[in-house]
Design a protein around this ligand. Sequence first.
Ligand code: PGA
Length: 249
Amino acid sequence: MRRKFVAGNWKMNGTRAQLAEVRAIAEAAAKLPQIDAALCVPFTLIASAADAAGAMPIGAQDVHEAEKGAHTGCVSAAMLVEAGAKLAIVGHSERRADQNETGHAIWAKAAAAHKQGLGVILCVGETESERDACRAERVVQAQIEESLPEDADGSWLTLAYEPRWAIGTGRTPTPEEIEAIHAAIRRKLTDLIGDRADGVRILYGGSLNGANAAAILAVENVDGGLIGGASLTAEKFVPILEAAAASSR
Ligand code: PGA
């Protein structure tokens, strides 16, 4: 049985003024022991958010693959650990698009984060034109093949399926479409890592909110959510945590 996992991705949002939201979200999460919750915040907020969040893990939204060196503007996994991070997102579609991140780079980032003891949320997802061309499953399976570390297992790795056309748009796939692609992801994981695939959680991300969370989190092989816009305030995020807890009963 995989515990539901709901992670917020604050993207390039959040300064110390938002630490009250971190505190309120962490307090609500503490009352829902049947699920795992986390917030991935900008690098600059990790240390203060980790102080504010108590037992709720704080994560980063990226990590560099090297341990140290001449990489201006980048942050290593060891630096994240020192700042108080417990996990890192890798391969988010905004970074694949804006920073031209390749599957190999994402593989290296995931491995580097794991080496330092960080949990990893590895994101995959198709564009709208790929879905329209009925290539969504193939695209996502290829992304997993390129970027999944060989020693992946559910103790440290989580997959997040995020169709790019659903991110920040208010549009989501139907529950049937989500079920089909999450099953395809599970099959690909089993091909690559065998029985260990059973323990890997697969999150859905893309316009998940308090209104659609119960329906989406009830879909087979949806083990939680990765939430952008609706994770920025306790008012919007806590109902998603509660829906995850309700679907865990
Ligand atoms: P959204 O973003 O919830 O704002 O659609 C999800 C994500 O990009 O992780």
